[in-house]
Design a protein. Structure first.
Length: 125
């Protein structure tokens, strides 16, 4: 594996880890209303799943397996955007933070989507 790929992997893992940490921080600051907590629980699952699936991809036994884990990470990034959008209304005081997280999730999704497309274009899976 070349040095450029290693740096890319480290950067992607760091972005996913930082995103998850920001979501955890946001979750701890939001109201304890039942509806908000249900959304937060879903968001925490999807946001932390992104990085976990990227890490799992690193240990994949085949290229197909690698792409499959990245697909799961992409789905989790998209799901995170949904839950963040649902939080905008009941969490107006954290709107800027939520918008920043939406941008982070979108960026992760674009990186993952592009990576998956590149990998699938290199070889039919």
């Amino acid at each position: 594996m070349n040095e450029r790929n290693q740096e890319f992997k480290k950067l992607l893992i760091k972005k996913a880890f930082d995103f998850a940490k920001k979501v955890v921080s946001l979750a701890d600051q939001l109201p304890k209303k039942t509806s908000v907590q249900i959304i937060i629980n879903q968001l925490l699952r999807s946001a932390t799943s992104i990085g976990a699936n990227i890490i799992e991809a690193q240990a994949a036994s085949s290229k197909r397996d690698f792409v499959n884990f990245l697909n799961h990470a992409l789905k989790s990034a998209n799901e995170s955007k949904f839950w963040l959008l649902l939080l905008e209304e009941p969490s107006q005081e954290k709107l800027e933070e939520i918008k920043g997280l939406l941008n982070d999730a979108a960026e992760l999704g674009k990186i993952l989507g592009s990576t998956i497309s590149t990998l699938k274009g290199l070889r039919k899976l």
